[in-house]
Design a protein around this ligand. Structure first.
Ligand code: PGA
Length: 246
């Protein structure tokens, strides 16, 4: 059976109280199915609230949106892998395009964060993707490969998930076509296979919504989706997860 992963990236939305209300609606509208898992990436302040609730359902999981690479210390505003794990996180996004482009995170830093996630026992979800200028210059595969190399380094044996999120498709309403995504997914899979990496799921992200999720997931190269905007309303998110075809 093809098992799909639906990951919700709440970004800077949904505080702890709102998260409890959200999950009570979501749980009422979405019953466990054997062919899909749903992972939530709330803001750090809501992590414990989400993790406590989803711990009751084996198909659901909570993760951090970002971690710092040091385990502890004088790093005001940052949270470490062990701190996120203590709040109940079992996974973490690494190198999301907003971390790279808004906060200036470098390729080298994604590598340090991926290693830190593994040390803390968090499943890394590495986000990669090209800008529009890079795509127009025909550099998509070079950029994505460089991002993989920088983040994984020699650690390709780690259990991880990769999310291909073209920067031009994030929050713009303009999603990649299933064929666009499939070409890049194949290249990522090829890169991982060449290095004998373990079984790695590859998600697509960027303007996924209730209307286009089934069409995107009909492409067998996609093992799931990473969704921002369309995951913020629990009813819409439940409908997306429930109705997307396998
Ligand atoms: P979007 O965001 O679904 O709002 O485009 C996706 C993401 O940034 O992970």
């Amino acid at each position: 059976m093809r098992a799909l992963l639906f990951a919700a990236n709440w970004k800077m939305h949904i505080g702890p109280q709102e998260a409890r209300t959200y999950l009570s609606t979501f749980l009422g509208q979405y019953s466990e199915r054997p062919d899909r898992q749903v992972w939530f990436f709330p803001p750090a302040v809501s992590l414990e609230a989400v993790a406590t609730i989803v711990a009751k359902r084996p198909d659901l999981l909570a993760g951090a949106q970002d971690i710092y690479w040091e385990p502890k210390g004088a790093y005001t505003g940052a949270i470490s892998g062990p701190l996120a794990a203590q709040a109940g996180a079992r996974a973490t996004l690494i190198g999301h395009s907003e971390r790279r482009h808004v906060f200036g995170e470098t390729y080298e830093q994604t590598g340090k964060k991926l290693a830190a996630a593994v040390r803390a026992g968090l499943h890394p979800v590495l986000c990669v993707g090209e800008t529009l200028a890079q795509r127009d210059a025909g550099e998509t595969l070079t950029v994505v490969t460089r991002q993989l190399e920088a983040a994984f380094g020699a650690r390709v044996e780690v259990q991880a998930t990769v999310a291909y999120e073209p920067v031009w498709a994030i929050g713009t309403g303009r999603n990649a076509t299933p064929q666009d995504a499939a070409l890049v997914h194949q290249a990522i899979r090829g890169w991982l296979n060449d290095r004998q990496a373990g079984e790695t799921r590859i998600l697509y992200g960027g303007s996924v919504n209730v209307k286009n999720a089934s069409q995107l997931l009909a492409e067998r190269e996609l093992d799931g989706v990473l969704v921002g905007g369309a995951s913020l309303d629990p009813k819409i998110w439940a409908e997306l997860v429930r109705t997307a075809a396998t």
